[in-house]
Ligand binder design. Structure first.
Ligand SMILES: Cc1cc2nc3c(=O)[nH]c(=O)nc-3n(C[C@H](O)[C@H](O)[C@H](O)COP(=O)(O)OP(=O)(O)OC[C@H]3O[C@@H](n4cnc5c(N)ncnc54)[C@H](O)[C@@H]3O)c2cc1C
Ligand SMILES: *[C@@H]1O[C@H](CO)[C@@H](O)[C@H](O)[C@H]1NC(C)=O
Ligand SMILES: *[C@@H]1O[C@H](CO)[C@@H](O)[C@H](O)[C@H]1NC(C)=O
Ligand SMILES: *[C@@H]1O[C@H](CO)[C@@H](O)[C@H](O)[C@H]1NC(C)=O
Length: 564
């Protein structure tokens, strides 16, 4: 189903004196073209975007008359050195300078300082555009096409590496003003704007005693997490976040706003379930909402004497406990705290207000050095799990996956602690390695509504994601810290190959810039994703003009694996 592009109802905000472009623009005639023409035209095409697609005309249809913006009018189709200057000043003319932050302004610095990883905050876009409606996102995509000014999209800004959701010299589209959250009257669908963080969603829905399948930590963005997969405490029950989106509102490369569901565009719907930022800009997620009262959960810390017992418990949970009770979730992370030494943090959740569920018996028998497990609302739990997470420092994330195997659990933490001395003196270092089971229940959830793009065969499960992350203070330590992660992964991969428990899948949301998650979904899925992309985006706008993060056919963002 096509949604028509509404013209900006209040007309353009005309330029103030400080505008970059002459202010004497009369734009009232800019909306003359019948808006239904675009929708009708697109439907009539046998291909989604015709080969003679004219960006200028699409902009007119979207309410922007290029003739009225001299810089745009003068453009030929190819890029010019001033492409982004023109694109940014055009957006300022159309939507007001207050919605376009430029370099040197205090708003711009505040914006960049708010990325979770300071490595992303160091990236300097030409401008930051803050749309407040899907139609404005469509105009930005078309202006980027016309000017050939590249762009990046920021949801919650938790991608760890440079360029994940920010772009040097281009337009960073911040979705922060797309903050809608509403629950349908039957409480079955929660419509959520992509500028929301999970805490916004849970706090809004908790009073209605419903929730959605989303991130575990309060501040993480709804949109990046959902587009890459999205592991929730509720995932053994319902699948990952991407398996619980009823439909997506999506701005395509040709500036059309689609309502993508399994019914309307099954191929695109499938591709959005794990395909990341490759198919368009999502301007609304319609999540399935589920009844959810208070739940039990929290984190427990263990010293190294307990490591073998915690690994036994996680192994038994992944292979027996979880299949028997889908309300339960458990993750274990190993790290090192200066002044304390090796430490394990176990996150436990239960989707009912029950502290002593049988499935958690083995965990409850262990003696933690500290515990916060208790009965909470979903929002309270998400806030609690955010405590102690550092913001605005240097960060890296990595992951690989394997079949669940008790011997490999021991091997991976031994490898981690054996290699840790290589970096342990780095200032501000906080390194972790985690085991997260991809349970039988999760794999079942993956199959809902035509399946997702992740390519995990349920018959081979349960699997687990081994994800690693670190934060630290100084640029000077970047190289050896990245190499440490690569070395641990190389060693554990080699061991898993030897013992027959290796698995290809790389989870996008924890992947580093040296990895290629999309290719890890398997040759058939990789091929299918590419063909969906060529169908809806024949000029490959989201591959070439939005170069950051994990692309379909370009390999790892940084092909140079850190090694000695
Ligand atoms: C503290 C912390 C806790 C985490 N907890 C979990 C967890 O519980 N479960 C889990 O699965 N993962 C978790 N993650 C990983 C998380 O899923 C990823 O970091 C994810 O990318 C975050 O999304 P974001 O919107 O905040 O990030 P962003 O950096 O804004 O976005 C990530 C990517 O998605 C693209 N994107 C964002 N919004 C849109 C959109 N609307 N349309 C098109 N493309 C878009 C961006 O361009 C970027 O390439 C966690 C990460 C951190 C740092
Ligand atoms: C666009 O603007 C030009 C110049 O102001 C005008 O001549 C033209 O009719 C406009 N086109 C549309 C479709 O409104
Ligand atoms: C697109 O349409 C405009 C206005 O109709 C026209 O001036 C321009 O030449 C067209 N561009 C291309 C590349 O066909
Ligand atoms: C636990 O770590 C300490 C160092 O912090 C070490 O001395 C001790 O041997 C370790 N114990 C085990 C069981 O590994």
């Amino acid at each position: 189903m096509l949604i028509r592009l509404p013209a900006p109802s209040s007309g353009f905000r005309l330029c103030a004196a400080k505008c970059l472009v002459a202010s004497k623009l009369t734009m009232k005639h800019a909306f003359l073209v019948s808006l239904s023409a675009l929708a009708a035209g697109a439907l009539a095409q046998d291909t989604f975007e015709p080969s003679d697609f004219n960006v200028t005309e699409a902009l007119v249809t979207a309410g922007v008359n290029v003739s009225d913006i001299p810089q745009l009018a003068a453009l030929t189709r190819r890029s010019s050195p001033g492409a982004c200057k023109i694109a940014c000043s055009s957006l300022a003319i159309i939507y007001g300078a207050e919605n376009v932050l430029s370099q040197g302004s205090s708003g711009y610095d505040t914006f960049n300082d708010a990325y979770w990883s300071s490595i992303q905050g160091e990236v300097e876009p030409y401008c930051v555009f803050k749309p407040s409606e899907a139609s404005q996102v469509a105009v930005q995509v078309l202006i980027s096409r016309l000017t050939q000014c590249p762009f990046a999209v920021k949801g919650g800004g938790h991608a760890a590496f440079a360029g994940g959701s920010n772009i040097d010299g281009g337009i960073t589209v911040s979705l922060e003003n797309l903050k809608q959250i509403s629950l349908s009257s039957d409480k079955k669908i929660a419509a959520v704007g992509p500028g929301n963080r999970w805490i916004d969603v849970y706090q809004t829905l908790d009073p209605d005693e419903v929730t959605v399948v989303g991130g575990r930590v309060s501040t993480v963005g709804v949109s990046g997490l959902t587009l890459g997969g999205g592991i929730s405490y509720l995932s053994s029950k319902y699948g990952w976040a991407c398996d619980n989106v009823d439909s997506y509102q999506l701005v395509t490369a040709s500036g059309i706003i689609l309502d993508v569901s399994q019914k309307s565009y099954p191929d695109l719907y499938w591709a959005l379930r794990g395909g990341g930022n490759n198919f368009g800009i999502v301007t609304k997620f319609n999540f399935n909402a589920y009844p959810q009262g208070k739940m039990w959960g929290g984190a427990r810390l263990f010293s190294n004497e307990s490591f073998p017992a915690t690994l036994d418990a996680i192994y038994n949970f992944a292979t027996k406990g979880s299949p028997a009770d889908h309300d339960a979730a458990a993750i274990i992370s190993f790290g090192y705290a200066s002044g304390f030494g090796p430490l394990a943090s176990m996150q436990l959740e239960y989707a009912q207000p029950i502290a002593d569920a049988k499935v958690h018996e083995e965990f409850n028998a262990l003696t933690p050095v500290q515990s916060t497990t208790d009965i909470h609302t979903h929002a309270e739990l998400a806030l609690m799990l955010n405590e102690g997470i550092a913001y605005g420092v240097r960060n890296t994330y990595w992951d690989v996956s394997f079949k669940v195997d008790r011997a490999l659990f021991t091997f991976l933490i031994d490898t981690f602690y054996e290699l840790l001395p290589n970096i342990i003196d780095a200032a501000g270092l906080l390194p972790t390695i985690s085991i997260q089971a991809i349970t039988e229940g999760q794999l079942k959830g993956f199959q809902k509504n035509g399946g997702n793009a992740l390519g995990l065969d349920p018959a081979g499960g349960p699997y687990f994601v081994m994800n690693m992350g670190a934060n630290w203070d100084n640029v000077a330590d970047d190289a050896r810290i990245l190499k440490f992660h690569a070395d641990v992964i190389d060693a554990v991969k080699a061991e898993a190959k030897k013992t027959g428990v290796d698995n290809d899948f790389i989870y996008m949301n924890y992947a580093s810039q040296f990895q290629d998650p999309v290719a890890s979904y398997g040759a058939a899925n990789h091929q299918k994703l590419k063909s969906v992309s060529r169908k809806y985006d024949p000029q490959q706008v989201f591959q070439d003009l939005q170069p950051g993060y994990f692309k379909l056919d370009k390999g790892a963002p940084n092909p140079k694996w850190p090694s000695s």
